[in-house]
Design a protein around this ligand. Structure first.
Ligand code: SER
Length: 346
């Protein structure tokens, strides 16, 4: 269904014939999501299908097939990011104009498989960018708080600062930012991105991230289990509730390009906390909840090299970014939704 509010008047830029006005529907997009069954993809695909009237294609790799609503609500295709021909064929088949490239290994997994992390993160991105250059697609590729390293300012980490990550995850993210900017400047490919904080959701569990403790803690709390925290008290990291993250991914792709001073990639932020802080917040809702620490040296080392809190002023100025959820609002919603998910009446 077309919604009248989504129709816009489009005045071509390089014409003096002012009668040359077209009506076009902003919701008409053909979108391919690569990595549609992952932590972000499974929710983003459904949200995009709720907004856009064109084909929203769920790209997946064998072994990670879409199921249920994700499978039934729209087309899906095998799209391995390391196979450029496969990406190109799906782009042609559905006349794709926008690609959300969500294929990646998270930070702790990438440390154990650095070659594979590079292959997916960078060789894969190169395939996406090349297809997009040829076939004129816009591209969203998320970056991360992991794109900074220990030499960046820890508090109020600026938009433009030193990015010398020491993890393979971070190396692929900062390389991805540079490569995406290169394709925008050199070839005019419409690449855009945000640096995601740790993402928290009750839908699809993440796998192998450093910030994942902040998801796992809610699962333990709601199921009445003691939580064993792999990150030390006092370790601050940026976090974000998934609804805000999904909105950010869509809003940056919808942003007015004439206002964008930056492209790849924007700092975005909504909350920053350490394990003690989230534990105390959950206890306000579940007073009997218990937690102990068993610090994982791999994850702790990664977390220690990341910022405490990003400065997202540029995103706020250039495309009106504004988060909706703070720690309290997120905690309330997570507990409520996980109780429904596990059939727990309280
Ligand atoms: N959530 C990611 C990770 O921990 C960071 O962006 O790997």
């Amino acid at each position: 269904m077309h919604n009248y509010e989504n129709w816009c008047i489009f005045v071509p830029r390089f014409t003096d014939i002012n009668l040359n006005i077209f009506l076009y529907d902003r919701t008409m997009k053909n979108i391919l999501i690569i990595g549609s069954t992952g932590q972000i993809g499974s929710e983003l695909t459904m949200k995009l299908r709720g907004i856009y009237t064109g084909n929203v294609v769920a790209g997946y790799i064998p072994g990670a097939e879409p199921k249920g609503e994700l499978l039934e609500s729209g087309p899906s295709e095998i799209v391995d990011i390391t196979n450029a021909a496969q990406i190109g064929a799906v782009v042609d088949k559905y006349n794709i104009d926008t690609i959300y490239n969500l294929a990646a290994l998270l930070s702790a997994v990438a440390e154990n498989k650095p070659q594979l992390a590079w292959h997916i993160g960078i060789d894969g991105l190169m395939n996406v960018l090349e297809v997009s250059r040829e076939k004129h697609c816009a591209v969203f590729t998320p970056s991360s708080i992991g794109s900074f390293g220990p030499n960046a300012p820890k508090d109020g980490t600026p938009q433009d600062t030193i990015q010398q990550p020491r993890t393979m995850y971070g190396v692929t993210k900062v390389t991805g930012e540079l490569l995406s900017n290169y394709y925008a400047l050199k070839f005019g490919v419409d690449t855009r991105s945000v640096r995601f904080p740790g993402l928290i959701s009750y839908v699809t569990p993440p796998g192998g991230g450093t910030t994942d403790y902040a998801v796992d803690i809610y699962y333990s709390a709601v199921q009445g289990k003691k939580f064993v925290c792999p990150i030390a008290a006092g370790t601050l990291m940026d976090m974000m509730y998934m609804p805000d993250a999904l909105r950010a991914a869509i809003e940056i792709m919808e942003a007015d390009p004439t206002r964008l001073e930056h492209r790849n990639s924007f700092n975005i932020a909504s909350m920053s906390f350490d394990p003690e802080c989230i534990y105390q917040k959950i206890k306000e809702y579940i007073p009997e909840f218990e937690m102990e620490y068993q610090v994982d040296p791999l994850r702790q080392g990664i977390a220690d090299s990341w910022p405490n809190k990003l400065d997202d002023t540029c995103a706020r100025m250039e495309w009106d970014w504004k988060p909706e959820y703070d720690l309290d609002a997120m905690t309330k919603d997570m507990i409520e939704k996980l109780r429904i998910k596990f059939g727990i009446n309280k």
